[in-house]
Design a protein around this ligand. Structure first.
Ligand code: FMN
Length: 205
């Protein structure tokens, strides 16, 4: 098992606000978990397969209790490989910028790849669903140009936080901590403030 998996979803590299705060979190966490391995998954360096008709056929086979065959078998094993780091992490950290009120398409693509029946959840609309990663702690570091905090009139536009909380809850992750890096466009102290909070959350994570 990996002690902590950090999923980086900004393409901005070392200039990224969310990645930088994420790395502060990881460095703090390492100090109190010196023997636990940390893994980083940068989604812009990770090839993600097209979710085309062959993938849907493989998924439909799995949903009916069959094994995917032909091209579908290879694609399914690629999805299993992508989900493995997520399944084998004791704790998950996702750092993400807000893009157009939601998440970057690359992070959505990753979520669509790994959120598959029998891989990370099971069940159906009729029976109900069960996440296969129950009770694992997760943390979100969410950077935004503006402010969307609780109680503000921009809060309803925040599909970034709401979506990620819904997805993590669906797979079973809990509890989930959120650190907001905002409003980076107008407040030069936003990142420093978030760094401070990241250290505090990492210490108890
Ligand atoms: C394509 C794109 C879309 C964005 N959309 C929003 C938005 O809807 N709301 C907002 O407050 N900021 C928006 N921003 C600003 C980023 O969320 C902000 O700069 C964030 O800190 C970037 O994080 P990063 O440096 O980790 O990539 C957008 C930036 C980009 C590049």
């Amino acid at each position: 098992m990996t002690g902590l998996l950090h999923v980086e979803s900004s393409p901005a590299g070392d200039r990224s606000d969310s990645t930088r705060v994420g790395r502060v979190f990881v460095d703090s966490w390492r100090k109190s978990h010196t023997k636990q391995p940390v893994a980083t998954l940068n989604l812009w360096d990770t090839p993600l397969p097209e979710l085309d008709s062959a993938v849907l056929a493989a998924r439909a086979a799995v949903e009916t209790g069959e094994k995917p065959v032909g091209d579908g078998a290879a694609i399914w094993s690629r999805l299993q490989e992508l989900a493995r780091p997520l399944l084998s992490a004791d704790r998950l950290l996702i750092s993400a910028p807000m893009w157009n009120f939601g998440i970057p398409y690359r992070l959505k693509h990753y979520i669509d790849c790994v959120t598959q029946p029998t891989l990370t959840y099971r069940g159906s609309p009729a029976e109900g669903f069960e996440g296969l990663i129950p009770g694992r702690p997760a943390a979100l570091i969410l950077s935004r140009g503006g402010s969307y905090g609780a109680g503000t009139d921009r809060e309803p536009f925040d599909f970034q936080r709401r979506y990620l909380l819904a997805w993590l809850g669906f797979l079973g992750f809990r509890p989930v901590e959120t650190i907001l890096v905002e409003p980076v466009a107008t407040d030069p102290e936003a990142v420093t403030r978030a760094d401070h909070e990241a250290r505090q959350v990492a210490a108890r994570f």
